[in-house]
Ligand binder design. Structure first.
Ligand SMILES: [Zn+2]
Length: 184
């Protein structure tokens, strides 16, 4: 799974990508008519709820509404992470709420992934995933489990991080798999 500005998932079975044409970032997870419009023009896509661009937009909108100044040189997502990690001025409930929304969206996405494929290993890549995912991992898994009542064991997924760049994602995944778990 790559979470950068957008979101993508490639499912690998026996060394082959089984969903080469998938557009999982545009899987609908929010039926509300009031949710943000995605880059694809539709609404309710997971990418528009939990992708890096979406979170950036939500941080800016929330800070504007609450009269909070984001330091000029700082990326809004970095500002959000700083508040959660360092608790500057106390861990703010708006930041937790925002990330809980993101966690729910990613949890639903992963639950849908498991309902479709039941994969044993998830490798996460991408700038947003590597920075933010460690902060919200437990929340994501809780939401995932909550959406897997039919097969809760499939929420016991192993999650690894790949430090590779976002490009060449598949090569990275295949190599990581080979390194850690033998030949594909
Ligand atoms: Zn979309």
């Amino acid at each position: 799974m790559t979470i950068g500005g957008g979101i993508g998932i490639k499912v690998v079975l026996d060394g082959k990508v089984v969903n080469p044409n998938a557009e999982i970032g545009h899987m609908k997870i929010n039926p509300s008519p009031f949710t943000a419009v995605c880059g694809c023009g539709d609404k309710g896509c997971v990418e528009a709820e939990a992708g890096g661009r979406a979170v950036t937009r939500k941080v800016i909108a929330t800070c504007e509404a609450l009269g909070i100044a984001i330091p000029e040189a700082m990326h809004p997502c970095a500002f959000l992470d700083e508040i959660l990690v360092e608790g500057k001025g106390g861990r703010k409930s708006w930041a937790w709420r925002l990330y809980n929304d993101v966690s729910r969206s990613l949890g639903i996405l992963l639950a849908n992934l498991q309902l479709n494929y039941g994969v044993p290993l998830l490798i996460i890549k991408g700038t947003f995933a590597l920075k933010a995912f460690p902060l919200i991992r437990d929340q994501v898994l809780t939401h995932m489990r909550a959406n897997l009542s039919i097969n809760p064991d499939s929420a016991n997924i192993r999650i690894e991080e790949s430090k590779d760049s976002e490009t060449g994602a598949m090569i990275g995944v295949a190599e990581l798999w080979e390194d850690k778990y033998g030949e594909v």
